[in-house]
Design a protein around this ligand. Structure first.
Ligand code: NAP
Length: 463
């Protein structure tokens, strides 16, 4: 009998979607179909691939309203903000489609008499994308669209929290007329994810998710000699320098910490503020956080939705309680947020002072609406604290001195270094992490490197 996967919505705790998990026979036939489709697809000229992928983006964008509502039901982001996911999907897709022809062209080497030599970029074959729920389209699109553009076939396994997202991708590609089998999805449990990775028909795994999830994926890939892209967690710091534009920093850092209820891989999780501006920064920050409206994400006025599930909210409640027990000062009175309720995913935002790195809230990924703020005295101290983490996804500096920003950035262990900006992915830049934040890269020209393999042509022409 088929296993059923149930998705509980954080909106009201009801079952929102039920889907049958794929059987072994379905997995096998999906893989076979992908291999067959890819053998043809890799010969389709890039301009034609681009036209089909662009049509798929058009078809996706046309469904924006439905997609946004459904997203809110599946993972709880306020409906006021969920259409932004479609905008980001479009921006990244169009950029990766636009640069494909240049990036996938043969690499010419210097001329050598009597020889023709070049390096061709071959597609890998079948790319298996495993995606998380927190930005369900934005994470998946980073590998799905460029993999297809590069001549691969893609199989997408989406989070059990956001299974409809896989179906929306499929709908868009079908509407565009993409040849059958070039894109497919499967609803899978973890055991079956491992089976797909271990299949000789799978040539690359693009995983986005937690550190434990990433470890399991790597374990499944051992001995397969295939590439594994890992986009994992973060504990992203911000450093507010004394020469900051304070209003800009407060507004952006509040948003960076609390957007999506803090459930962003590159959300701000710790802030180091120079002593000269600390008091004013904290006051303005707390004032702004107090203005959030926590509630049902389907209400237009809600600006802070529930967390994805009760267990995630309980984890953050405990981090906050443990920090307070160890001396932290909580600046937000949860009573200001009547929707906050124990044993539900509805959690008030919290700002903690008097924190230090021995506290879980300053060292483990919170992935929730809480932030710790520390007072610091110098660039040196900020750099030391920013680097004191097992993660390294993004980090930011808030300053009016660009030269100093670059100097400090050169010493920070991070995949992306921002100045006066945070919690953002620029499709023109490499999306990557260091330390436990992962390995590999998506987006930008570099993103294509991981979805193709080089093949050298070495032809002696004078014999
Ligand atoms: P997750 O629990 O690791 O799940 C991610 C995906 O992997 C889901 O599709 C999940 O399937 C699957 N999965 C998890 N464990 C697995 C296992 N042992 N074997 C096979 N498949 C497995 O992560 P999440 O809670 O969805 O996402 C939040 C995490 O992702 C955070 O740590 C966040 O920082 C990180 N993230 C990173 C980036 C980035 O770009 N670096 C972007 C977004 C999110 P099921 O849903 O069926 O369990």
């Amino acid at each position: 009998m088929a296993k059923i996967q149930k998705t509980i919505t954080p909106v009201d705790g009801s079952v929102y979607v039920e889907r049958e998990l794929a059987s072994e026979a379905e997995i096998n036939s999906t893989l076979e179909k992908a291999v067959r489709a890819q053998a043809e697809w890799k010969h389709v000229p890039i301009e034609e691939r681009a036209a089909l992928c662009s049509k798929a983006v058009d078809a996706f964008v046309a469904k924006k309203t439905d997609i946004a509502q459904e997203l809110t039901w599946q993972m709880g982001r306020p409906v006021k903000y969920s259409p932004g996911e479609v905008g980001g999907f479009e921006e990244r897709s169009r950029y990766m489609i636009k640069i494909a022809a240049k990036k996938l062209a043969d690499i010419q080497v210097e001329p050598k008499e009597g020889f023709t030599r070049f390096i061709r970029r071959e597609p890998l074959g079948v790319v298996f994308t495993v995606a998380p729920w927190n930005y369900p389209y934005l994470t998946a699109v980073n590998s799905v669209m460029p993999a297809i553009m590069a001549g691969n076939a893609v199989i997408l396994k989406h989070s059990s929290q956001t299974p409809l997202c896989a179906e929306r991708f499929d709908e868009a590609f079908k509407a565009a007329g993409l040849p059958e089998g070039v894109f497919q999805f499967l609803h899978l449990d973890h055991e079956s994810v491992a089976r797909v990775i271990k299949s000789p028909q799978t040539n690359f795994v693009a995983f986005t998710g937690s550190v434990p999830g990433g470890k399991s994926i790597e374990e499944s890939a051992v001995g397969q000699f295939i590439g594994v892209g890992l986009e994992l967690g973060g504990k992203d710091p911000a450093y507010v320098r004394a020469d900051v534009n304070l209003d800009h920093a407060v507004e952006n850092l509040v948003d960076g910490a609390f957007f999506n209820s803090g459930q962003s891989c590159c959300g701000i999780e710790r802030i180091y503020v120079h002593a000269d501006v600390y008091d004013k920064f904290v006051k303005d920050f707390v004032d702004l956080v107090s203005q959030y409206k926590l509630g049902n994400p389907l209400d237009e006025e809600t600006t802070l939705g529930p967390m994805v599930r009760t267990s995630a909210a309980e984890y953050v409640r405990k981090q906050i309680a443990d920090a307070i027990r160890d001396g932290a000062e909580a600046k937000i009175d949860p009573k200001l947020f009547p929707a906050d309720k124990e044993d539900t995913p509805y959690l008030a935002p919290q700002v903690l002072l008097n924190v230090n790195h021995s506290m879980s809230v300053m060292s483990d990924e919170s992935f929730g609406p809480v932030i710790g703020i520390m007072k610091i005295q110098s660039d040196e101290e900020a750099i030391q604290l920013m680097n004191d983490s097992e993660f390294g996804l993004t980090a930011s500096i808030w300053t009016t001195d660009e030269d100093e920003a670059v100097k400090v950035g050169d010493r920070v262990e991070t995949g992306t270094w921002f100045m006066n900006r945070c919690d953002y992915l620029d499709p023109a830049l490499a999306w990557t992490g260091v330390k436990n934040s992962g390995r590999g890269c998506t987006l930008s020209e570099v993103g294509y490197e991981h979805l193709t393999r080089p093949k050298s042509y070495h032809l002696r022409t004078s014999v």
